[in-house]
Design a protein around this ligand. Sequence first.
Ligand code: AMP
Length: 513
Amino acid sequence: MCGIVGIVSHSPVNQGIYDALTVLQHRGQDAAGIMTDDRGTLATRKANGLVRDVFRTRHMRRLRGNIGIGHVRYPTAGCSTSAEAQPFYVNSPYGICLAHNGNLTNADELKAQLINKDRRHLNTGSDTEALLNVFADELHRQHGEQLLPEAVFAAVEGVHKRCTGGYAAIAMIIGHGIVAFRDPHGIRPVCIGRRETDQGVEHMIASESVALDALGFELVRDIKPAEAVYIQSDGTLHSRQCGPAKGYAPCIFEFVYFSRPDSIIDKISVYKSRLRMGERLADKILQQHPDHDIDVVIPIPDSSRTSALQVAHHLGVKYREGFIKNRYIGRTFIMPGQEQRRRSVRQKLNAISLEFAGKNVLLVDDSIVRGTTSRQIIEMAREAGARKVYFASASPAVRYPNVYGIDMPAVDEFIAHDRSDDEVGDLIGADWLIYQDLKDLFLSVEYDNSEIRDFDASCFSGDYVTGDITEQYLDDLEKQRSDGAKKKRKAKLRQLNKNNDELDDLCSGSGAG
Ligand code: AMP
């Protein structure tokens, strides 16, 4: 998962993009980057790390210009070199930079096509670099002396014809403006904001509306499936449907876990959808355990808080904060793996014993993926003196990989893979376990927007809305994504450059930054 942002302003955008990226930091902590256009000169800074670590004063000073784009990265395929930090840049036509959130499901085909047919060079394995080159190739095919909005939209239409998957992207065409587009199923989110200043109207594009709020932009609307928005450097905004929408199926996991609760996505309040998830979950608990003996509902911080609050309210049971999260958890220097994940739960959370001692507690989490967190937390609750520990998940069992940009592990790493709900409950050590039903999750989210009746819920259902996902694709993905594969990649990288940090610094210093 990643966060993208773009601003066309009448004054320097460096601070604004930096601020927006810090607001979107929850969408990716692996790498960050900004590119700005200073009247035709490109400035760049990108590197691995958190926004606050990547950008120093000296970098910010160099990021001049009133127009720019930014990105925070969370790697989906597992590679973490700074060479793959975004935005990416190509010098022809015009000079284009692109930042992207999502995953192209035909990336291998596209790469082969770009290299063999279009005679383009790709320097990394990133699908973003492929997306940028497809866009550049399509724009290059447009004729005319001036770059007209029609040409930009025709290029985006060409992108939609060639690319499949879930993608929301922002491209900056140097000297001209920025264009943002969303895949024909509208899987990944992206919205437009506007603000009036003394010098005129300014526009901003962002993955989540919370970034607009933070910078004083008003949310205008979401970009529609297959639509593109082109904002010229002078601030003029054009929008166009670039080919047919193939549906409207936003990723439901954005509402379950990824997005901030204070964001509005596709006219749906993430916060309110989580409240409704809590209500429906409570109904199911009451149906299955009408004579329950729950004394207290305790959320697993942070993303389950909103649902847990409403579960407690509907059950008529106390809501208590039983786990405290360390917000300043240090950097982990080892690639994520099962053992590291297990230890990090205990570094991150600590139990307040008095909320557990002698009580029957219901723990609520937004989702159970590998089950590492839930198993550890149940153990901690028992150590803190809980008599019985029940567990409820605000979303259904995760059983299938995500192919549209969320790092959901290889199938056999999901605790619910090939197991019944009761078996999962036993394995995590719960006295009973309840998952939200998929239909209730849909009802909780779609409630605010009657236009949306479908979601990408593939990690729960195994139905992939793009219709192009084969067993072979999932097998290949598994090879790339499993913990074992990630470890091997990391070891190889370490061997290749023992001085990884120095190399990272050198790479990120290239370009105008
Ligand atoms: P686990 O079951 O141990 O894998 O952890 C599940 C918890 O991790 C959930 O409660 C979420 O809060 C969080 N989570 C869910 N999906 C992801 C993801 N793709 N990346 C990082 N954290 C996630």
